[in-house]
Design a protein around this ligand. Structure first.
Ligand SMILES: Nc1ncnc2c1ncn2[C@@H]1O[C@H](COP(=O)(O)OP(=O)(O)OP(=O)(O)O)[C@@H](O)[C@H]1O
Ligand SMILES: [Mg+2]
Length: 307
């Protein structure tokens, strides 16, 4: 199957400031890719380039089989985009806003779809009120619907749940899963790691360039190593020093009353760790697998040097 997004050396400078280093990225059709990174990492810049809203400084991209340079106009019409700002017509209601945009897309009878989406995103009661009276979260949800009106195969969502309360965020998250279930490709910029882990097939940790890319559980294992947490009833004599002498213990520290060790291969090495601890006079109460969270992996990656 051809890639939904394919870039080679795609980069962007703002004046003398490089916002995005040359980027090679492939996103499969039907895949949900999470794009994570700190403020100013260049996520929105990448999204704007991939949707034909701004031109890259160099490099190329093929979006749904169309070269972006030659066909930016086509790409803009074909993909769905939720930008950082909802940008609704304040005097128009949700329904009027959506009908207006449906006309721009040239949709012939969008009413049923608009009403269906309004219901699914809990906006039905507010459908005829002017958008000026909407909360930020409500406006955000209308903008999400606008991005989907023309049933795009590829949807870019730039922080869709920012500013949403817990319940609305859950609704939107479920909605993203529905889009995925319908076979659409989703490019999801988010600061919410839990969200990325729940809905994305792969996540990219990005700061001007991709720092890591893969399924979230793979990144957790690859970048944190396999961790084993050991609760000790008695510490014995300097267990950290004893463990540091084992060649396969990559790291060991105490956290929240447990001795957390990072091993190359816990399956074959945990028994030796326990033996060494017992030899130090420790009494072992419990042993459990404790691979790092995506948040820990993320912080490790983005807290590193910027170049
Ligand atoms: N129009 C612009 N003119 C000049 N610099 C810009 C412009 N847009 C973005 N930048 C700069 O490019 C870099 C990347 O910004 P971008 O908005 O892409 O980051 P982001 O990852 O989306 O951040 P956030 O998480 O805060 O939304 C930042 O240093 C920003 O200041
Ligand atoms: Mg942004």
């Amino acid at each position: 199957m051809p890639s939904a997004i394919f870039t080679r050396g795609l980069m962007r400078d703002y004046g003398s400031v490089r916002a995005v280093e040359p980027l090679d990225l492939e996103v499969d059709a039907g895949e949900c890719l999470g794009f994570l990174g700190p403020n100013g990492a260049g996520k929105t810049t990448v999204t704007r380039m991939l949707t034909g809203l701004i031109a890259p400084s160099a490099g190329s991209a093929v979006i749904l089989g169309h070269d972006l340079e030659a066909g930016a106009r086509h790409v803009r019409r074909t993909v769905g985009v939720l930008t950082e700002q909802p940008g609704l017509y304040k005097r128009l209601s949700a329904r009027e806003n959506l009908r207006f945009y449906a006309r721009l897309y040239g949709l012939s009878s969008p009413e049923a779809r608009i009403d269906d989406y309004l219901k699914r995103l809990d906006l039905w009661a507010a459908r005829d009120r002017p958008a000026a009276t909407y909360s930020r979260g409500m406006a955000q949800k209308v903008a999400i619907i606008r991005a989907l009106l023309h049933e795009p195969e590829l949807v870019f969502l730039d922080e869709p749940t920012s500013g949403l309360d817990v319940e609305s965020a859950l609704t939107v998250r479920d909605f993203i899963l529905t889009l995925k279930g319908e076979g659409r490709t989703v490019f999801l910029c988010t600061h919410n790691l839990d969200e990325a882990e729940r809905v994305c097939d792969r996540v990219a940790v990005f700061r001007r360039r991709i720092l890591a890319l893969g399924p979230a559980d793979q990144l957790r294992l690859d970048l944190s190593g396999r961790q084993v947490a050991i609760r000790l009833e008695q510490e014995g004599r300097d267990p950290l020093a004893a463990l540091s002498r084992l060649p396969f213990v990559r790291q060991a520290h105490f956290a929240a009353g447990e001795l957390v060790t990072t091993l190359d291969d816990p399956q074959s090495q945990t028994a030796d760790v326990v033996r060494v601890l017992v030899e130090c006079g420790a009494r072992v109460q419990a042993v459990r697998a404790a691979t790092a969270s995506l948040e820990e992996v993320y912080l490790k990656l983005v807290d590193g040097p910027s170049r």
